[in-house]
Ligand binder design. Structure first.
Ligand code: DCP
Ligand code: MG
Length: 390
């Protein structure tokens, strides 16, 4: 059966919310992000700012060099979450299968709806604009891969429909990096063989690509042909939570880096417990002074919401990725594969209960007196050297 999948992504999300709160920003070149003198980065760039090549993840200082009159707005994460929840609630009420991908994007499977996908998307686009004042872009296709790319292509306030059978033709002229799973590294490798467009990738012989990328090569060809059978998994909850720190000055001291990992793990554990979630994958992110970034991840034996377990996994990953004296610009810890905590399994064999009561007490103190009210003694020292960029 041919499926009808919609993908929606809010346009310049953080900026659009700021415009609602401060209408004088409308039409201006501005960016939501951290301060340039604290080595902040751009989270979201308004479309007028994008005319100056300013984009997400770029250091604010660099964005200001590109356009010195750029307005920098400090982020207000609580308000963005509030708007995100409202939009997502509307989407969850509008289709039987909805998969929230991030704070501002989701897939909807409307295969069983008698209305054409284009009409459903147009109507939701209008409702979101009228009710919440937020612009969105929509992609309509027979699968998630193509729908996501279609919404990207139409930005801002686009609605791009790829009819059944047109997937490969639609993707063909686009650059390979628009395909899911084609990161800078893969792109670089493909570029060596002069494979730059999706169409060029689609016609490479499977044997050749298998030699280059192993089994993944075949998956790449399938993607380039617009084939994707993955289902819209109706998950409302968040898929991962993370915390990052950009150091005010690069840090090469293991003691300080490790302490930072511990603080972030404590923060994640707290957030997980607050939401009644546990994660079974722990990830670290390390950005070096030249901006190259690595991520490493490990699976836990069972889902956890415990600071100590997150920290131990993160610390182990970090020790493998880092070598003595290497300076670090940014450090991050994330937990994914979220679900309910599986702690009851261990109830009789471990000191969880003790830990859990202790952690509950810590959480309630932090709730009343702020996140810094209670910390492990060793995560307090050098705290001043870091600035949050979560
Ligand atoms: N975000 C962030 N840091 C990044 C990327 C994104 O903080 N490196 C945040 C800010 C964005 C929001 O997530 O507003 C959504 O990310 P998108 O990639 O969808 O970017 P935008 O919504 O800002 O722009 P677009 O119109 O391209 O979707
Ligand atoms: Mg967006």
């Amino acid at each position: 059966m041919t499926r009808t999948i919609l993908h929606v992504d809010l346009d310049a999300f953080f900026c659009s919310v700021e415009e609602l709160e401060r209408p004088e920003l409308k039409g201006c070149a501005f960016a939501v992000g951290g301060k340039p003198d604290e080595r902040g980065v751009v989270s979201s760039a308004s479309y007028p700012a994008r005319c100056f090549s300013i984009k997400s993840a770029m250091p604010t200082a660099r964005a200001l060099r590109l356009y010195p009159d750029l307005i920098i707005v400090s982020p207000h994460h609580k308000i963005y979450s509030k708007y995100s929840r409202k939009v997502m609630a509307l989407l969850f009420d509008s289709a039987p299968l909805v998969e929230q991908l991030s704070i501002d994007e989701a897939f909807l499977d409307v295969s069983d709806d008698p209305l054409p996908g284009k009409e459903i998307a147009a109507s939701l686009q209008k409702t979101i604009k009228d009710h919440f004042g937020l612009p969105t872009s929509w992609g309509v296709a027979t699968n998630k891969l193509v729908a996501k790319i279609a919404s990207e292509v139409g930005k801002p306030e686009g609605l791009v429909v790829v009819p059944p059978g047109e997937e490969e033709r639609f993707l063909s002229p686009l650059p390979v990096q628009m395909l899911w799973g084609v990161g800078p590294k893969t792109c670089e490798q493909l570029d060596k063989f002069k494979i730059r467009s999706v169409g060029e990738l689609a016609i490479v012989s499977p044997e050749r690509l298998k030699l280059l990328f192993g089994e993944r090569g075949l998956d790449l060809i399938a993607k380039a042909k617009g084939v994707d059978r993955s289902a819209v998994a109706s998950v409302r909850e968040r898929r991962s939570i993370s915390s990052e720190r950009t150091f005010a000055a690069d840090v090469a001291e293991y003691r300080v880096l490790d302490r930072s990992l511990r603080r972030m793990s404590e923060e994640l554990g707290s957030r997980l417990r607050k939401e009644g979630l546990a994660g079974s994958t722990v990830r670290i992110k390390v950005r070096w002074p030249d901006f190259s970034t690595i991520t490493r991840q490990a699976r836990l034996q069972q889902p956890s919401d415990q600071d100590g377990e997150i920290y131990r996994a993160a610390s182990k990953l970090f020790r493998k990725a880092w070598h003595e004296g290497a300076a670090v610009r940014l450090l991050g810890v994330g937990v994914s594969n979220l679900g309910p905590p599986a702690r009851q399994l261990e109830l009789f064999s471990h000191s969880w209960e003790h830990d859990e009561n202790l952690l509950k007490a810590i959480d309630s103190i932090r709730k009343r007196y702020g996140p810094d009210a209670l910390r492990r003694a060793d995560s307090l020292r050098d705290a001043k050297r870091t600035s949050d960029s979560d």
